[in-house]
Design a protein around this ligand. Structure first.
Ligand SMILES: Cc1cc2nc3c(=O)[nH]c(=O)nc-3n(C[C@H](O)[C@H](O)[C@H](O)COP(=O)(O)O)c2cc1C
Length: 185
């Protein structure tokens, strides 16, 4: 079992990190985590090379993500809600999935990615923005071969109830780990 986790929080020991760590402690197999605020991955510059060839010319850690995506089993997008959306750096990193969108739209090829399970983990200080962020995350996951349903765990009102004390969210994370650990049918 191989799981890719994209962490969109800038806070090393923040709410999102707490839920990610709980998930990781229950996931079997290998885990590859990208910390979008720390790993120096550049956003897509729309250079359009991937409209002609199945490559991205930006040589950074995203190349390891592309390799991992070829055969990993699960992809998890985890992010704090910023202005009712996924965080900006998460969107920067995920903009590099354009190489897969280009395969379909411009090169008329099927991306050579295995089918995967996907999940979205969201944290919010108040109650705002989960719907839009979940929708965006699903659109991104679609590009990397995630099939529906996309599991979702939310911890809201973290300003008054830290994710660490959010029993419902923690229980949902345990259920999510079971779903991701289960063999696909
Ligand atoms: C720039 C910024 C924008 C935010 N926008 C929202 C928002 O739209 N809705 C909301 O409920 N919380 C919002 N928050 C609060 C964060 O979502 C919340 O504190 C989150 O749990 C932080 O997670 P982290 O500790 O993993 O970074 C915002 C926080 C920041 C810094």
């Amino acid at each position: 079992m191989k799981t890719l986790i994209l962490n969109g929080s800038p806070r090393k020991n923040g709410e999102t990190a707490m839920l990610i760590n709980t998930l990781k402690s229950r996931l079997s197999g290998e885990i590859f985590q990208i910390d979008c605020y720390a790993d120096g991955i550049s956003p897509c510059t729309d250079c359009r090379l991937c409209r002609k060839k199945p490559v991205c010319r930006i040589n950074d850690k995203m190349q390891e993500v592309y390799d991992y995506l070829k055969d990993c089993d699960n992809v998890v997008i985890a992010s704090p809600i910023f202005f009712e959306e996924l965080s900006g750096r998460l969107l920067d990193v995920a903009s590099r999935f354009q190489v897969y969108a280009s395969a379909l739209i411009f090169r008329h090829e099927k991306p050579e990615l295995s089918r995967k399970k996907g999940a979205v983990i969201l944290t919010a200080g108040g109650s705002g923005g989960m719907t839009r962020a979940y929708y965006t995350a699903c659109r991104l996951l679609e590009n990397v071969g995630v099939r529906e349903p996309v599991f979702c765990v939310c911890s809201t009102h973290t300003d008054s109830l830290p994710a660490n004390d959010d029993k419902a969210a923690l229980s949902d994370i345990i259920t999510l780990a079971k779903e991701l650990n289960a063999k696909s049918v």
